[in-house]
Design a protein around this ligand. Structure first.
Ligand code: NDP
Length: 481
């Protein structure tokens, strides 16, 4: 049984949530001209947090025009070191307002404050610091001499890491001299709107960053806008494919960060306690709402019982509940729709013959919740082994030899990430060279660093974000005019 902990709630008084928000266009908050406002709620309580504007096609057009004007008039003419100064300033303000951002993220998204405070916000600041450093060193990035910006980047992000995905998108775009129009997800717009205030506080020239809120239609209008030079998208493979179809035959560039079904592979010589922590972090971090989540556990048969016993013991100690409580390990599922999808796929898993297990766990009365769940006896063809569940659900499979582990790990339409747990360095290298995954973690999982490129193979998308490689998606090819 878990220890009893006294509640340790983070105060929400640090955040000033407005009753309603407009669109951030040309450095100002303005009313939408043709959309219907919608409400954003806290998924842990279903409390309405704020009303948010929906950007219709004419608002998208205004935002793109503001970005174009800022690009030609100011940003592309500014010296690279000057651009870097703005990015450093933004990074420092994100750090200064870290507590506010973390509380707001946990309220709007449902993720535990421990994660928003210790991972999302510091890593977002780190991205701005990192790309600030590149702004005046682009000649040395391996992109040719004097790489040129593309122009206006349309950026569409999902709800699982709202502020962090914003940083992944905006920091490299600005460092390379582009201006942006960013659309956050419908269910998690608030930290992007607070970021708009941070841009004002940093005196960023108007129009360099524009934030437009709305749902899929707003994203689609941005993708279709003729004056956008690049689309950067993170989200589902289905929408990514639709975007690729829309863009095909146009001059727009595109990068797609899509879904995943990562294998977390545990060999019999792995330090089991450490591996169990990595398995838990791999799939239960952020309620499993992680594109690179280790949602398929592959355990070598000889240590199957030992790993499963330890894993079940560890899961009994996870605390699920109020995202603002500093003791919470597992927060709320982001939306009713996502909860329905997790429930549906889990029921399918059971119907297909897998055995389902969750620790005893009381779910709060209000809000959207799903207990940490294990499926054993999963076959490779089972839908819970093939489809992205995007929730706290782990499918467990076994293997006997390294060859079998590679074959099973690669047996997925995706190719975003993988984890290998073994004491042998040579085995790690052997595995890493055979796994069709953009990122392979060795004896760890879900580690993110701005200096390290991230991206997928196959249906996980293309293009890289992070690192020097993340700059390439925002500059012209040498042969572009
Ligand atoms: P989506 O791909 O629909 O959403 C990602 C972003 O794209 C959101 O901002 C969304 O807007 C926007 N969008 C939706 N439709 C369009 C469109 N036609 N053109 C342009 N932009 C669009 O993901 P969902 O939120 O619907 O999640 C569905 C599933 O996708 C999840 O269950 C999960 O499996 C997967 N997913 C994967 C993610 C990843 O990081 N790989 C992230 C999120 C989801 P809005 O949300 O406002 O409608």
């Amino acid at each position: 049984m878990p220890f009893d902990y006294a509640p340790a709630p983070e105060s929400r008084s640090v955040v000033d949530i407005k009753a309603s928000y407009g669109l951030f266009i040309g450095g100002e908050f303005t009313d939408a001209t043709d959309g219907t406002p919608f409400k954003t709620i806290s998924p842990s309580s279903e409390e309405v947090l704020a009303e948010v504007s929906e950007a219709g096609p004419s608002d998208v057009d205004r935002a793109v025009k503001a970005a174009r004007q800022a690009f030609t008039g100011v940003w592309s003419r500014l010296g690279p070191a000057e651009r870097g100064k703005y990015l450093y300033r933004i990074a420092r303000i994100v750090q200064e307002r870290a507590r506010e951002l973390a509380v707001l993220e946990s309220l709007d998204n449902g993720k535990p404050i421990r994660e928003s405070r210790d991972v999302d916000v510091p890593t977002a600041a780190a991205h701005f610091f990192y790309y600030a450093g590149w702004a005046d060193k682009l000649d040395y990035a391996g992109l040719g001499s004097a790489p040129r910006p593309l122009g206006v980047a349309g950026q569409i992000i999902p709800w699982n890491f709202p502020l962090l995905m914003l940083a992944w998108k905006i920091a490299p775009a600005l460092a390379t001299g582009n201006t942006v129009v960013l659309k956050p997800a419908e269910t998690t717009p608030l930290t992007a709107l607070l970021f708009a205030e941070i841009c004002q506080q940093a005196d960023l020239p108007p129009g360099v960053v524009n934030i437009i809120t709305g749902a899929g239609d707003t994203g689609q209008a941005l993708v279709e806008h003729p004056d956008v030079d690049k689309i950067a998208f993170t989200g589902s493979t289905e929408v990514g494919k639709a975007i690729a179809r829309t863009i095909a035959g146009t001059r727009k560039k595109v990068t797609l960060e899509l879904g995943g079904k990562a294998a977390n592979i545990v060999f019999d010589d792995a330090p089991i306690d450490q591996a169990v922590e990595g398995i838990v972090n791999g799939i239960f971090f952020n309620q499993g709402h992680v594109c690179c989540a280790g949602s398929r556990l592959l355990v070598q048969e000889s240590v199957y019982d030992e790993v499963l016993d330890s894993l079940r013991r560890r899961l009994r100690t996870l605390r699920l509940g109020d995202p603002l409580d500093k003791n919470t390990d597992i927060g709320a599922i982001n939306s009713a729709a996502q909860l329905a999808r997790i429930r549906e796929l889990s029921d399918i898993g059971e119907a297909e013959g897998a055995q389902r297990w969750s620790p005893p766990c009381e779910l709060p009365e209000h809000g959207f919740w799903f207990p940490p769940t294990l499926f054993t006896g999963v076959s490779q063809s089972s839908r819970i082994a093939q489809e992205e569940i995007f929730g706290p659900v782990l499918s467990v499979l076994t293997f006997r030899t390294p060859d079998e582990a590679v074959a099973k790990a690669n047996n997925t339409p995706y190719g975003l990430s993988a984890g290998v747990w073994t004491e042998k360095g040579s085995l790690i290298l052997w595995m890493a060279s055979r796994l069709r995954a953009g990122v392979v973690w060795a004896n760890t999982f879900n580690r993110f660093d701005p200096t390290s490129p991230f991206g997928g193979y196959k249906e996980s998308g293309f293009g890289r974000e992070g690192g020097r490689q993340g700059l390439a998606g925002y500059v012209k090819d040498r042969r572009d005019v």
